[in-house]
Design a protein around this ligand. Structure first.
Ligand code: NAD
Ligand code: LMR
Length: 308
């Protein structure tokens, strides 16, 4: 099955690399606006095929969307990343125009496509795709929670001084520095609540480091991260193409779930061949419910800046 990745920059190339390396897609088409860039990235990645042992064919194109026709999944990573000191929300002005144009091109050539939105501010960009693509809501998935949950597990393992494979946890709500909601109440080490091992101060530290995970990396790298974002996208794409029905927190259009409507926010969902197969309703504590509502209010304000 064919997968398109729009944007051959840091995140797009990482998506293409992890998808190809995992060997579950027949073809990955990379698209960029910069002349020759996607073709170059595709060629470089293809020259790793014999070294890394994958058979996925990777091709690149400068803006020729006819090459993306018949894609089962398309990943939108096109747009500018933030620089140290910026918020993701500050990217809306440039990225909204790019995401809207790219979405129209994708849908024209692949009317049944499932779109994974990565460009920031991601919850708002996912909302924009809902409002402009004409696709059904099960076919639009914002990627944030998979990445934020991976960062949560990294911070939990660090605090617990244990291997990451020992821990489990999930982050929902907004993909923003303030609106992320790491679910400490449900995080475990081998099924045992982390509150058995970490005091409140340690738990608060884990939550805060998780929430600013993207900003921390942006400060260190001078631009935003790409390895874990690419890996997170590859997990989503694999769950769709291989109909794995994994439960993954994603930014989805809500229609009453978690008390919110007409907004894209991170919630746990079953991801399979049909895209979003089900939003999973989990019980939140009162404090978590309040934080979810606060995140929704902030995202709604950013959505208000969109022009359709
Ligand atoms: N949702 C997440 O978890 C997450 C994680 C990491 C990055 N991001 C976001 O992903 C986006 C990309 O980040 P990056 O580090 O790869 O940036 P980058 O600058 O390395 O790459 C972006 C690419 O998009 C291309 N592009 C711009 N306009 C285009 C268009 N109209 N059509 C096709 N290609 C176009 C550029 O030429 C560039 O190659 C940013 O908005 C960033 O904030 C989101
Ligand atoms: O932090 C960013 O701006 C990029 C991305 O959203 C991330 O979380 O890595």
């Amino acid at each position: 099955m064919k997968v398109t990745v729009v944007g051959a920059g840091a995140v797009g190339a990482s998506c293409a690399e992890y998808i190809a390396m995992k060997n579950f897609a027949s073809e990955v088409v990379v698209v960029d606006i910069k002349e020759g860039f996607a073709e170059g990235k595709a060629m470089d990645l293809m020259q790793t095929a014999s070294l890394n042992g994958f058979d996925t064919k990777i091709t690149g194109t400068t803006g020729d969307y006819s090459k993306t026709a018949g894609s089962k999944v398309a990943v939108i990573t096109s747009g500018i990343p933030r620089k140290p000191g910026m918020t993701r929300e500050e990217l809306i002005g440039i990225n909204a125009g790019i995401v809207k144009e790219v979405t129209a091109n994708l849908v024209k050539h692949s009317p049944d496509v499932i779109i994974i939105v990565v460009s920031n501010p991601m919850d708002t960009m996912a909302y924009l795709v809902h409002k402009t693509s004409g696709l059904p809501k099960n076919k639009i998935i914002g990627m944030g929670g998979a990445l934020d949950s991976a960062r949560f597990k990294y911070r939990l393992a660090e605090a617990l001084e244990c291997p990451i494979s020992d821990v489990d946890g999930m982050v929902i709500a907004a993909h923003s520095d303030t609106g992320m909601l790491p679910l400490l109440s449900k995080a475990t080490r081998n099924g045992v609540p982390v509150s058995e091992f970490l005091n409140e101060e340690q738990q608060a530290y884990v939550a805060e480091e998780t929430k600013v995970g993207g900003a921390t990396l942006t400060k260190l790298l001078g631009t935003s991260a790409w390895y874990a974002p690419g890996a997170a996208v590859s997990v989503l794409v694999q769950s769709i193409l291989c109909d794995q029905k994994k439960m993954i927190p994603c930014s989805l259009m809500l229609d009453g779930e978690y008390g919110e409507s007409d907004i894209c926010l991170g919630v746990p969902a079953i991801i399979g061949a049909n895209g979003v197969e089900k939003i999973v309703d989990i019980t939140l504590t009162d404090a978590e419910k309040a934080k979810f509502a606060e995140a929704a209010k902030a995202v709604r304000e950013v959505n208000g800046d969109l022009k359709f």
